[in-house]
Design a protein. Sequence first.
Length: 133
Amino acid sequence: MFRIRDAAALLGVSDDTVRRWADAGRVATTLDEAGRLTIEGTDLVALAQELAAETPSPPHRPTVLWSARNRFTGLVTRVVRDTVMAQVELQCGPNRVVSLMSREAADALGLEPGVLAVASVKATNVVVEVPQP
């Protein structure tokens, strides 16, 4: 159970906004033993996801500066996905680069064999980027 002020802080809105949403029936509330309004955690999750879906993503801007010095442009040659992770292989000239990432990231990037991608290597991490067409 979350008090109104705690729910508001988690959602990034004011206490009054959460109270208005509760009054309008957008989120269910109950009274705790001290008579304060509270929101069940699962109801708060549903509201947070609803708010996130309503909020437009900021416009994508092409990368112009980066700290990684080793960037390899190449073609995706293989993508192996399971329920959580993906293994992505790129052929970058004579170099084969392999990256492990979340399946969600691989799906969001549209990584499939034949896709042009850039592997940015810094220390032991490999970040895969897709250049803007």
